[in-house]
Design a protein around this ligand. Structure first.
Ligand code: HEM
Length: 158
């Protein structure tokens, strides 16, 4: 059989963008009524964001590990992300208010978190070998082939 040569690509980061990690941790499983509304609030927001690309959202992927669910998101800018979060006409702002209403009358059965990172050209490195073209940061901004000049992580960082 012919030897398989993995297709190696890297993200084509031409301008700054944002990596936004957001998630929830189920602290007390049996208090379903406390954590379920937060769990259910995420899906419609992701649908809204994919339907409205002018909001600056690029893509998202959900990961589950134990009692923690994380949505990995890519955004065009910090300003776009901030504007979406504050926009009373979109799904997030009411969910924000509703969360604190529930939280203050609950027991802390659900935790929420987010982390925001600015990703700048020259300060990021990626490598994808035989991965789908729409995966991760490369999927969000576009992929380009790894060449002899971008063989190592240091070279790919640029
Ligand atoms: C697409 C999904 C989401 C995005 C992009 C998003 C984004 C953000 C951002 C950027 C902030 C900070 C706003 C600021 O301080 O200027 C924020 C705050 C907040 N979000 Fe979300 N969020 C999302 C989903 C959710 C969901 C599903 C909930 C419901 C549980 C939620 C509840 C909150 C709450 C309670 C805060 C305020 C936290 C605090 O400052 O104490 N978010 N969100």
């Amino acid at each position: 059989m012919a030897k398989h040569l993995p297709t190696r690509t890297m993200a084509d980061v031409k301008e700054p963008l944002v990596l936004f990690l957001i998630g929830m941790r189920i602290n007390t499983f049996w208090r379903v009524w406390e954590w379920l509304p937060s769990f259910l609030a995420m899906g419609p927001m992701i649908v809204e964001l994919y339907k409205n690309p002018e909001l600056g959202f690029l893509s998202a992927r959900t990961e589950m590990a134990g009692r923690t669910i994380t949505v990995i998101q890519y955004w065009k800018s910090f300003e776009a992300l901030e504007a979406y979060a504050a926009n009373a006409e979109r799904k997030h702002r009411p969910a924000w208010t509703a969360f604190y209403k529930r939280a203050t009358s609950g027991t802390g059965a659900v935790g929420i978190f987010h982390e925001t990172y600015i990703v700048r050209p020259g300060e990021v490195e990626t490598l994808y070998a035989d991965m789908p073209a729409d995966f991760g940061l490369g999927g969000a901004v576009g992929m380009k082939p790894v060449t002899p000049k971008t063989e190592t992580a240091r070279e790919r960082k640029g």
